[in-house]
Design a protein around this ligand. Structure first.
Ligand code: 13P
Length: 249
């Protein structure tokens, strides 16, 4: 019913040579996978990645996008520019963007809207901080972040929702499968309220210290339909092992 997808988020990593080697290794390995895959890379490497992955079923995504269309916005990259070079996915609302660049819920929703207008599918990230979890606010925060995007973009246009608890990102602390499932179920319920049909088919991904050793137990949960992978996506072999944790139906 839902097609699982595992997405690499390279963040600010990579080089022209390393990327070429990564793609070569991953394409050699990927024949046995039972999920869709995509790689989100820094802006400057997106054209290279589109070229390297041309004719394959591995998607290419950006890691953020401007809310502006064009003009005097030094350093920004618009959704139409991403479309122009053949990018098909884009992460929005990653916690690093929300925290370090102070992107608001409204900002994230606008990004998603700009992307969808260009036919690019947003990977919508949500997640609570440790403080918010300890204050019992996980669901409130995650659903507030999600509903802000749903107010502007129909769920059917999303590539995925990615639940990434901030305390689990790059820390080696993974949410237990049960903890993650609880939040994923709440996300599914909120999506169902918005669009019941889309909620059944939209993948909800878990992200935060996913690695080959813990991917399988996470992916076995009923509402975890894949992952958004940081550190473990930097080596093609590790990323392949995480993807291989998705079983055939
Ligand atoms: P890590 O897998 O390195 O914890 O990063 C997760 C993440 O932020 C993916 O977007």
């Amino acid at each position: 019913m839902r097609q699982p997808i595992v997405i690499a988020n390279w963040k600010m990593n990579g080089s022209a040579e390393a990327n070429r080697l990564w793609v070569e290794s991953f394409l050699n390995l990927k024949a046995d996978l039972h999920c869709r895959t995509a790689v989100c890379a820094p802006f400057v490497y997106l054209s290279q990645m589109v070229e390297l992955l041309k004719g394959t079923d591995v998607g290419v995504g950006a890691e953020t996008v401007s809310v502006a269309d064009k003009g005097a916005f030094t350093g920004e990259i618009s959704a139409s520019m991403l479309k122009d070079i053949g990018v098909t996915y884009c992460i929005v609302g990653h916690s690093e963007r929300r925290t370090i660049w102070h992107e608001s819920d409204e900002n994230v929703a606008e990004q998603a809207e700009k992307l969808v207008a260009q036919g690019i599918a947003p990977v919508v990230c949500v997640g609570e901080t440790l403080e918010e979890r300890e204050a019992g606010k996980t669901e409130e925060v995650v659903l507030r972040q999600l509903r802000a995007v749903l107010a502007r973009v129909p769920a059917a246009q999303f590539a995925a929702v990615a639940y990434e608890p901030v305390w689990a990102i790059g820390t080696g602390k993974t949410a237990t499968p049960e903890t993650a499932q609880e939040v994923h179920a709440a996300i599914r319920a909120a999506l169902t309220e918005a669009d019941a049909a889309a909620a059944q088919t939209l993948p909800i991904l878990y992200g935060g210290s996913v690695k080959p050793a813990n991917a399988r137990e996470l992916f076995l949960q009923p509402d975890i339909d894949g992952g958004l992978i940081g550190g473990a996506a930097l080596k093609a072999e590790d990323f392949h092992s995480v993807c291989a944790a998705i079983d055939a139906d």
